[in-house]
Each structure stands twice: as structure tokens, then as C-alpha cells.
Design a protein around this ligand. Structure first.
Ligand SMILES: Nc1ncnc2c1ncn2[C@@H]1O[C@H](COP(=O)(O)OP(=O)(O)OP(=O)(O)O)[C@@H](O)[C@H]1O
Ligand SMILES: [Mg+2]
Length: 305
């Protein structure tokens, strides 16, 4: 069934009165309540370039990546397009069912496992390695909404594969986590996908990149992790994670990637208004997905098993 683009119309009066951070709607991120839903939603307003008023594509990127992720098997927070006080935004439905659940971010898990881990670093972090992540989540299962049973790290390998597919560079240690309820813990679905699919580029640049294959390939190769040590390419990072995952996990993720059809994304984008996402952005996204899917599949088959 095609997805729908039906923005939630939100404003100051929808802010969650119980928000512990007492956000007043002045920031770009706010928790809101909507009718007939007992969970709150996190609203993020798309950034606007002050110089010329260009609105970044964070909203369509966040919305589209969830659908791409789901089609390669990755469970995600549920995201809807939104308007907040008339500004383009997205709303992400809380992954926590109620107050008995808590989200523990990756940096907290890494610190618990490695007392010297520096939680405060936002860029490249010397302690942020695949093997550290693997150690920090040992014994924790993947999300219950995953269609097969996998351990947390095996699932994270799929998140990294999806990041590489969509050129999402922002998987820092607070952009994944574990949900805890009482003595139970499981990996949270993937969230925060707005920094992907070339959301920040201008259409003129996308056009130039689409016309010049060499330029395009160079742009794609600049897709590196901003946070993992050594800033590896997203493709190398994902393949590294897959290669240390279980056989079942590798087969599951690579099988989904194999079946994924970048061309099909065009049809998924039909409900998105053209003033929100331009024609050239759509072509750019399909080309990017096609290229990254190939890079991942080729890299995976070339990497030693
Ligand atoms: N659907 C969700 N359910 C529960 N918590 C969420 C959800 N979405 C986001 N959060 C929480 O809110 C925080 C900020 O959200 P998110 O990462 O999407 O925003 P951001 O501003 O893009 O973050 P960043 O600082 O990574 O740029 C997350 O780190 C997480 O703790
Ligand atoms: Mg984040």
C-alpha cells in the first residue's frame, strides 16, 4: 500500500505540559500530545537557511528513510510529516509505551562497560568502535518488532547497513539505544534519520552531480561516519559490522538489501508534494540508493568471510 503524506497540524498549544525539559516551543525540538494517542510525539522543525530561506530536506528525508529502513528489515520509530506553527517539521511517535519504559542511549551503555569512555564527544570518538559497541550490548536482544530474533549487535549491523544505503552519517552514540522496562532490556528501533539522502544539498548542486558521474561518485565516497573512530566510509563500517555478526544476521540483512529496489522509491514518493521535495531531489535520491546498494553488495561479496 502506498504511504501517505498527511502532515499533523501542530502548534504551541499541543506541547506536552509534562515535558520534563519544560520546552516552551522556542527550540526546534518539542514533545507534543495529539488527540486519541497515549504516547507523545517528538516534533522537529526542518532547518531554514537564514540567508535565502531555503528549507532543508530533513522532513522528507526523515519520513522517507523510515520507509526505506522498514523495507530492508530495520524497525524504526514511526514518523509523520508535520507542521509546527506553520513550519515544515516531522513528528516521531515515542518508542516508549509508557512511563515504565526508559531509553538508555549508546553513550550510557558504553560508559557502563568502559569507565574511561568519553560520553561528551560529539565528533570522532576514539572509544567509539564496532568492538566497543559489541561489548556494550552483549546479552541484549534486538527489538521485538524485528521479523527474526537477533541479538542487539546483529541488529545494529542492519542499522549501519541502512545508514550506508541512505548516506546517513549521524549514527553517534546518542542516536541508538536500548529500551529498559524493569529488569528487561532490548534494542530500541532505529530513530533520527533526517540527516541523510543528501538532504542538505541545493537542487542546483544535485543537478550538477546527476549530470557528472565522476562528481557524483566523489560525492558518494565522501559518505563517512562522523563519529566512529577513523571516520570510515559508511559502506566499510557496515560491512565490518556485518562480517562480525551471526550468519543469520548477515543472511537477513544482505537478503533484504538484495531485494530492495531503488526504482520503487519513486512511486513511494508520489504522495509527497512537489513544493516539499523537488523532482531533482527525487532523481538524486533514487540514484544515490542505487549506487550505495551496489557498493554495499559488491563490498560485502569482496570482503573476507
Ligand atoms: N520516537 C522516539 N521515541 C523516544 N525517544 C525519542 C524518539 N525520537 C527521538 N527521541 C529522543 O530524543 C532525542 C533527540 O531526537 P533526535 O535524535 O531525533 O533529534 P536530533 O535533534 O536530530 O538529534 P541530534 O542531536 O542527533 O542531531 C533522541 O536522542 C532520543 O533520546
Ligand atoms: Mg539525535
Amino acid at each position: 500500500m502506498p504511504h501517505q503524506w498527511v502532515p499533523l497540524d501542530l502548534g504551541e498549544s499541543d506541547l506536552d505540559a509534562d515535558d520534563p525539559e519544560e520546552q516552551m516551543g522556542s527550540k526546534e525540538k518539542n514533545w507534543v500530545r495529539i488527540a486519541d494517542d497515549d504516547r507523545r510525539w517528538l516534533v522537529k522543525v526542518a532547518r531554514v537557511d537564514e540567508r535565502d530561506g531555503t528549507i532543508s530536506g530533513e522532513d522528507w528525508a526523515e519520513w522517507l528513510v523510515q520507509h526505506i529502513a522498514n523495507s530492508v528489515g530495520v524497525p524504526t520509530a514511526h514518523v509523520r510529516p508535520a507542521l509546527f506553527e506553520g513550519q515544515r517539521a516531522t513528528a516521531s511517535r515515542s518508542m516508549l509505551r509508557n512511563d515504565s519504559e526508559r531509553l538508555i542511549h549508546g553513550n550510557e551503555l558504553l560508559s557502563a562497560r568502559f569507565p574511561n569512555y568519553d560520553q561528551s564527544i560529539r565528533g570522532e570518538n576514539p572509544g567509539y568502535t564496532l568492538s566497543a559497541v559489541q561489548d556494550a550490548v552483549v546479552g541484549i536482544p534486538g527489538p521485538p518488532d524485528l521479523s527474526i530474533r537477533l541479538e542487539a549487535f546483529d541488529t545494529i549491523a542492519g542499522y549501519l547497513m541502512c545508514d550506508a544505503l541512505v548516506a546517513g552519517r549521524d549514527r553517534h552514540h546518542e542516536n541508538w539505544g536500548v529500551i529498559r522496562r524493569g529488569g528487561d532490556r532490548w534494542l530500541a528501533p532505529s530513530f533520527d534519520h533526517g540527516n541523510a539522502l543528501g538532504f542538505q544539498e541545493r537542487d542546483a548542486k544535485r543537478m550538477r552531480l546527476l549530470r557528472d558521474r565522476e562528481l557524483f561518485d566523489r560525492w558518494v565516497r565522501r559518505g563517512t561516519s562522523q563519529h566512529f573512530v577513523g571516520r570510515p566510509t559508511l559502506v566499510d563500517l557496515a560491512i565490518g559490522a556485518l562480517r562480525v555478526s551471526s550468519r543469520d544476521a548477515q543472511d537477513f540483512w544482505i537478503g533484504h538489501l538484495h531485494d530492495f529496489q531503488p526504482d520503487g522509491v519513486d512511486a513511494e514518493l508520489e504522495p509527497v508534494p512537489h513544493d516539499v521535495m523537488s523532482e531533482v531531489s527525487r532523481r538524486f535520491v533514487v540514484s544515490l540508493l542505487d549506487t550505495n546498494r551496489r557498493r554495499l553488495l559488491d563490498g560485502y561479496s569482496a570482503a573476507p568471510a
